[in-house]
Design a protein around this ligand. Structure first.
Ligand SMILES: Nc1nc2c(ncn2[C@@H]2O[C@H](COP(=O)(O)OP(=O)(O)OP(=O)(O)O)[C@@H](O)[C@H]2O)c(=O)[nH]1
Ligand SMILES: [Zn+2]
Length: 195
């Protein structure tokens, strides 16, 4: 996969930014900062222009036994809010009720990671994960619960350090509140707090 991130342009922009806050980008302390930030942004935005559906093309043979529910909970979630370019992070829980096929479990975090590595808002990220799985797996239902702390809410503005945003995106069978409740119960077991 080729990154669409341009390191040189980011480094030039960071030099400009450092100057704009009154710092000296040519000071020894800051001299390496523009390219360090460029490297960090290359990681943060590695999903721009990448198709998450590529991870769903290989079905895992499990015979007739697809089971009733596949839930991968506590997937590490790291993304960048598009309003302030500050990180939001937490956990993603992804569940689907298989149709005819299942994929390798690692495909689910890879879909999450690819879609998260873009300028995002949490609601859209959850919807995009759900839609990608809906389109790629043709499951009977899919539900995506994201729990995240936003840098822009914690470290500036309202400064709500402990506030956690929980979003739900669903397709198919899991648009039914009763079906959703069963997944929420599984997410609640063995953990503190909700959902
Ligand atoms: N719905 C949603 N809002 C978000 C997300 N990330 C950040 N925000 C909010 O987006 C809003 C941006 O509002 P603006 O008025 O443009 O920015 P602002 O003046 O910096 O807002 P404050 O944070 O209230 O100071 C803020 O309320 C943020 O808390 C997200 O993932 N989803
Ligand atoms: Zn923000």
């Amino acid at each position: 996969m080729t990154s669409s991130v341009d390191r040189e342009r980011i480094a030039a922009a960071v030099r400009e930014l450092l100057g704009a806050i009154g710092a000296d980008p040519d000071s020894p302390e800051l001299a390496s900062t523009p390219f360090r930030v460029a490297d960090a942004y290359t990681e943060f935005f590695a999903g721009v222009g990448q198709d998450p559906a590529v991870f769903l093309t290989d079905a895992v043979p499990v015979g007739e036994h697809t089971g009733e529910l596949v839930l991968l909970r506590d997937i590490a979630l790291r993304s960048i809010c598009e309003h302030h370019l500050l990180p939001f992070r937490g956990r993603a829980h992804v569940a689907y009720r298989p149709g005819a096929r299942v994929v390798g479990l690692s495909a689910l975090p890879r879909v999450v990671e690819t879609l998260a590595a873009r300028p995002q808002v949490q609601e859209r990220l959850g919807e995009q994960i759900a839609q990608t799985l809906h389109d790629g797996l043709a499951p009977e239902g899919v539900i995506v619960v994201l729990e995240a702390s936003h840098g822009c809410v914690a470290d500036r503005g309202v400064r709500q350090t402990d506030a956690v945003t929980v979003t739900v995106a669903s397709r198919g069978a899991f648009t039914d509140p009763t079906e959703q409740a069963a997944v929420f119960a599984l997410l609640g077991s063995g953990r503190d707090g909700t959902p």
